[in-house]
Design a protein around this ligand. Sequence first.
Ligand code: COA
Length: 381
Amino acid sequence: MADGQKKGLEGVVIADTRLSRVQGDIGKLTYCGYDINDLAENASFEEVVYLLWHIRLPTKAELDEFHNALNAEMTLPDAVLDAMRAFPKGAHPMGVLRTAVSLLGLHDPEAEDNSPEANLRKATKLTAKLPTITAAWARLRKGKEPVAPRSDLGLAANFVYMLNDREPKQVEVDAINVYLVLLADHGVNASTFTSRVVTSTDSDMYSAVTAAIGSLKGPKHGGANEKAMRMFQEVAQAESVEKWFKDEVKGKGRRIMGIGHRVYKAPDPRAKILKKHAHELCKLNNNCGLLEVADKLAELAANDPYFIERKLFPNVDYYSAIVLDAAGIETDMMTPLFAMSRIAGWSAHIIEQWADNRLIRPRARYVGPENMEWVPLEKRG
Ligand SMILES: CC(C)(COP(=O)(O)OP(=O)(O)OC[C@H]1O[C@@H](n2cnc3c(N)ncnc32)[C@H](O)[C@@H]1OP(=O)(O)O)[C@@H](O)C(=O)NCCC(=O)NCCS
C-alpha cells in the first residue's frame, strides 16, 4: 500500500452527516442524537424513519399522517407482481428484491425527478413497498398467492400479516419492530456508501437503492445474518460447540459469521439489545437450542486470545439471526429484512447527498505493467 492509502477506505471520512453516529471505540450508536437503547425500547420503526428523514421526532399528528402515507403506498404495481411470478422459484430473495426495486423505478413516473419533494415521496414508496415485495416473494416461491396489505396495520405488523396470511401475534410484531429500529442506519457502511456514490453521479433513487441492495447482499455486510444462521445450524449438528470451534475456527481458520466489525472495537450495542430479545423469545417459544449454540460460540470467541487481540465481538447480525428465526423468518429471507430496515438510512443518505452533492470519485494507484509493446494476434504464443 502506498503512503496515505487506506485499504478498504478504513477510517476515511467521506461526508458530514446528521443521521447516525457510530462510536466504535466505546460501542455507542445514536440516530440524530437519540441513543439506540432508548429507540429500541420505545420507538416504532415508522418514528425512526421519520426521525432520519426530518432530523426530529414526529408529533402524534405527523406520525398518523406518515402511517397513512406508508399504508397508501404498500401495494405493488400489477406489472411488478406479474414479473415476480415469472422469476425462477429458486432465485435468492435478495436478487428478487434488487430486481423488483429496479422494476419499481420503471413504473414510477417520478423516477427521474430528483427534487427534494419527489425524493421524499420515492423514499416513502420504497419504505412501504420493500416489505410487500419480501412477503410476496416468500409466498410466490412456494406457489402461494401474495396477500394484499391492510390499511389498519403498522409496517411491522403488516409484514407479518402479508407473510403468513393470518392475524400477526404481538410478540412477532415486537421482534420485527425492534429489529427494524436497530438496523435503520449505521454511518457510511458499504451499502450506504454505494447509495451515496450512485447518487453523487446525479443518478436517481431507484438506481441508488438497487445498487445498495446488491452491496448489502454480501456476507461481509448484510448477508451475514443468513450465513450466521446457517453456521449455527451447522454447529448444532457437530459433536460439540467446542470441537467445532477447535476444528473449524482454530484449525481451518474459518471466520465466525456475525463476529467482527470494521468500526466497533468494543461490543456492538445492537448485539446486546438483540441478545436480550433472543433470550426472551426463545423462552416464549420454548426453543432455545440454537441460542445456546450461539451463546457458547460467542463465549469461546470471547475467551480466545486471537479474538481478544483483534477486538472481535458479536455484531448486529449474530443475534439478529436468532431473533428473526424465532419470529418465523426463513433463513434466506433474513437479509431482505435488513434491507426493509436500511431503506430508511439509504434514502436519508441519498437525500443528504443531494443536499450537498459532489461526484464521489477516488483514485487507484496503478501497479500494472508499463511500456508494453503491441504484438499482432498471429504472433502471440
Ligand atoms: C465485518 C468484517 C468484514 C470486518 O472486516 P475488516 O474490518 O476488513 O477486518 P479484517 O477482515 O481485516 O479482519 C481483521 C482481523 O480479524 C480477523 N477476523 C475478522 N472477522 C473475523 C471473524 N468473524 N472470525 C474470525 N476472524 C476474524 C481477520 O482474519 C483479521 O485477522 P488478521 O489480522 O490476522 O489478518 C469481518 O469482521 C468479517 O468478515 N466478519 C464476519 C462477517 C460479518 O459478520 N459481517 C457483518 C458485519 S456487520
